[in-house]
Design a protein around this ligand. Structure first.
Ligand code: AHM
Ligand code: MG
Length: 320
């Protein structure tokens, strides 16, 4: 079944369906742009600037943001907030929905041919002024999803009725369903964390990871493996397909004392997809979808994946 057909049959709101179809078309163009090396010269690809949050920004980050804006201008959308823009864009209309996006997640992997992707979250404006609408908590999302530009271009989507996985059929340039009921295994023996930051970890994180590393000889009495791609979309894709737990906790670095990942366009959309696939997503103690939003670029600790592991990690945080 094609994405368009799935939306026609399952998306009760016609405007929401148009926005998702247009974001999928934007992703197809971003995927082509990434693959077509002569569209942006190699020297351009490697050029770096700094975004509002002090993070490195590359030409493909900016190009992807521009592509999304072009497609949203053709969509029934009232406003857009993105990693690449300081404030939100007001499309100056009375449309019902607002969109958040990380236009190209995995910046550090852009120039090394490792999977990167586009993350989005869609919320109703709920008759609020836009600045208030953009600070609603993740529980208000009507849909979220992410595209992975990897060996295949794939698309995880939720409308709040489960999580689906689509793949791009390049012959017809359309997304087709490859799994209509993504389900994260409850237990896992695979964790994902950037272990280079061990010296900055808080004590629940250090204890949880040490227990995993102690393997069969330790309190967990089983061996764990580790994976860390460094693109949230790629790590989330693996966890949605075969389980696992992802951890980007708050740590002792001043810049990351509230975590590194952003709540509105990274943690919230991923948390919605993970919960709809039977997993859990927390900031340590609280479910990500309940965390109050103060500003668009707010950071949050993020731990998500197979529910058994997330619950064990939460117990470590509660016992702190
Ligand atoms: P980005 O949105 O600028 O790409 O940053 C987010 C990325 C995530 O994709 C990934 O999980 C994380 O940063 C990796 O961080 P680190 O380089 O500290 O391991
Ligand atoms: Mg990102």
């Amino acid at each position: 079944m094609l994405l368009k057909e799935y939306l026609t049959d399952n998306c009760e709101n016609e405007q929401l369906a148009i926005i998702i179809n247009n974001l999928a078309d934007a992703a197809i163009l971003i995927s082509k742009t990434i693959k077509t090396i002569n569209k942006i010269s190699q020297s351009e690809v490697n050029k770096k600037s700094i975004n509002v949050d002090g993070d490195l920004q590359k030409p493909l980050d900016i190009k992807s943001d521009e592509i999304i804006i072009d497609y949203l201008k053709k969509s029934p959308v009232a406003g857009y907030a993105s990693e690449e823009q300081e404030g939100f864009i007001d499309f100056k209309n009375n449309n019902e929905f607002i969109v958040f996006a990380d236009p190209l997640d995995g910046s550090s992997n852009i120039d090394v041919n490792v999977s990167i992707g586009t993350i989005f979250s869609i919320m109703p404006k709920n008759n609020l002024l836009l600045d208030k609408a953009f600070t609603q908590s993740g529980a208000k999302q009507k849909s979220s999803g992410f595209f992975v530009y990897g060996p295949q271009t794939t698309f995880f989507l939720t409308l709040g009725k489960g999580t689906l996985l689509f793949a791009l059929d390049e012959n017809i340039e359309m997304f087709v369903i490859i799994n209509d009921e993504v389900s994260i295994p409850k237990s896992t023996s695979e964790f994902a964390i950037n272990a280079a930051y061990k010296r900055y970890w808080n004590s629940p994180t250090a204890k949880y990871i040490q227990d995993c590393q102690d393997g069969e000889e330790g309190s967990r009495k089983k061996n764990f493996g580790m994976r860390w791609v460094g693109s949230l979309v790629a790590d989330a894709s693996r966890i949605l397909i075969r389980g696992g737990v992802f951890l980007y906790p708050s740590d002792a670095r001043t810049k990351y004392k509230n975590g590194r990942l952003r709540l509105t366009y990274e943690a919230n959309p991923i948390a919605f997809l993970i919960e709809q696939a039977g997993g859990k997503a927390i900031n340590g103690i609280d479910d990500i979808l309940t965390v109050p939003v103060k500003n668009i670029h707010q950071r949050s600790p993020l731990v998500f994946g197979s529910s058994d592991e997330v619950i064990i990690y939460r117990k470590h945080c509660e016992n702190l």
